[in-house]
Design a protein around this ligand. Structure first.
Ligand SMILES: [Zn+2]
Length: 78
């Protein structure tokens, strides 16, 4: 899920417009990439690694959900 907010590269105006800045017509960009705390990020990868190796002590159903969630994250970040 990406932010709807855009920021003008030219004047710094924040807008919901994806096309151009309503103020000066300049090019707009996503102001900042999605942030995850390093702690959360590494925890996610540790869990994923265990899930992939099959050493995570969870039900098969839970393991599958973790893998599905990760796949969704990977697709969303592209
Ligand atoms: Zn502008």
């Amino acid at each position: 899920m990406k932010s709807l907010l855009r920021r003008c590269k030219n004047c710094g105006w924040y807008t919901l417009s994806k096309a151009s800045c309503p103020k000066c017509g300049g090019e707009v960009e996503v102001p900042h990439p999605p942030k995850f705390s390093p702690e959360d990020k590494y925890q996610r990868y540790r869990i994923l690694q265990k899930a992939l190796l099959g050493t995570l002590p969870v039900k098969e159903e839970t393991r599958r959900k973790i893998l599905e969630e990760f796949a969704a994250v990977v697709e969303g970040s592209g």
